[in-house]
Ligand binder design. Structure first.
Ligand code: AMP
Ligand code: MN
Ligand code: MN
Ligand code: MN
Length: 288
């Protein structure tokens, strides 16, 4: 059993990379990929645990893209976390995110809420030498801490969700650009939690084919929040389109308390063979 999707304190999780590495063994995982949003800065700390941990510790990241007018997440699995060009590109993404965050504070203040960037930053504890990223999760926690909403989840529902009153879109990547960046860093681009993107008259077969043509090599067919039927349909889609499969819990620690590392809501079980498939893609990559 493996888990190729989780978050640490370096983005919007609540565990250190070191703790996640230990938890991989405790959960009986043979491999765990750390996939923080827009950063690989947690990977060196994660890798430093390899001698102590039986599970294979793998590098990854999760990038936000714009596709068909909506936000689509893309995992960069097995990237080289020391690739200087990739690190520079991720720093540029975090600048765009900072800009979005400042505009979101301004919007909240315009609505009439008394909240400052410092309140949000207080929810992403910085430590010397560690630059943690600020996401909407930290906005939600700050809004709850200030009593503006009763609960972080309520902050999403009333203000922060895509299209919400205080939401400001990020300047997101084109899927083709994300795929190219990930490939150039030696990784495999994988469409994250496609089930979350669906809805309405949306036809997954065509959308995924378009994403494959834009450079996506795989899709996350096993996911912490899928029902059995959804998992089956994404497996069939991957087979039909000749894409690799990935799988993970999207564990965020206490920020998503219903999700457990490796097990998702309880029944997730991602087979080791998926990692072999992704590694084969990486070896075959014509971009190397
Ligand atoms: P951002 O990257 O700043 O746009 O924030 C997106 C993050 O917020 C996602 O990665 C999730 O962790 C979290 N998130 C998004 N929507 C919700 C929601 N409705 N409820 C709880 N968490 C959410
Ligand atoms: Mn997240
Ligand atoms: Mn995501
Ligand atoms: Mn994620």
């Amino acid at each position: 059993m493996i888990d190729l999707h989780c978050h640490s304190l370096y983005s919007d999780g609540t565990d250190t990379p070191e703790a996640l590495a230990r938890m991989a063994d405790a959960a009986g995982l043979s491999a765990l990929a750390l996939t923080d949003h827009d950063t690989v800065e947690g990977i060196p700390a994660f890798f430093s645990m390899q001698p102590e941990v039986k599970a294979r510790l793998l590098a990854g990241t999760e990038l936000s893209c714009r596709f068909l007018g909506k936000s689509l997440h893309v995992l960069g699995l097995l990237v080289d976390p020391f690739d200087a060009v990739f690190i520079e590109r991720l720093a540029e993404l975090r600048k765009r995110r900072d800009d979005r965050n400042r505009r979101m504070i301004a919007k909240l203040q315009e609505i009439g809420f008394r909240i400052e960037m410092a309140d949000v930053e207080a929810e992403a504890p910085d430590q010397p030498g560690r630059a943690y990223l600020i996401s909407r999760v930290h906005f939600a926690k700050a809004l709850a801490a200030k009593g503006i909403v009763n609960h972080p989840q309520q902050a999403f529902e009333s203000l922060l969700n895509d299209g919400g009153r205080a939401w400001v879109p990020m300047d997101e990547l084109e899927p083709s650009e994300a795929a190219r960046w990930i490939r150039e860093a030696g990784g495999v681009p994988v469409v994250a939690h496609p089930g979350r993107f669906a809805g309405g008259a949306f036809v997954w077969d065509e959308a995924m084919k378009e994403l494959r043509d834009q450079g996506m090599e795989g899709l996350e067919a096993y996911y912490g929040e899928y029902a059995e039927a959804q998992q089956r349909s994404f497996k069939a889609l991957a087979a039909k389109l000749g894409m690799a499969m990935s799988g993970g819990s999207d564990y965020h620690g206490r920020n998503k308390p219903a999700i457990r590392l490796g097990r998702g809501r309880g029944s997730l079980n991602v087979p080791d063979s998926l990692l072999e498939g992704l590694e084969a893609r990486r070896r075959e990559g014509s971009w190397h």
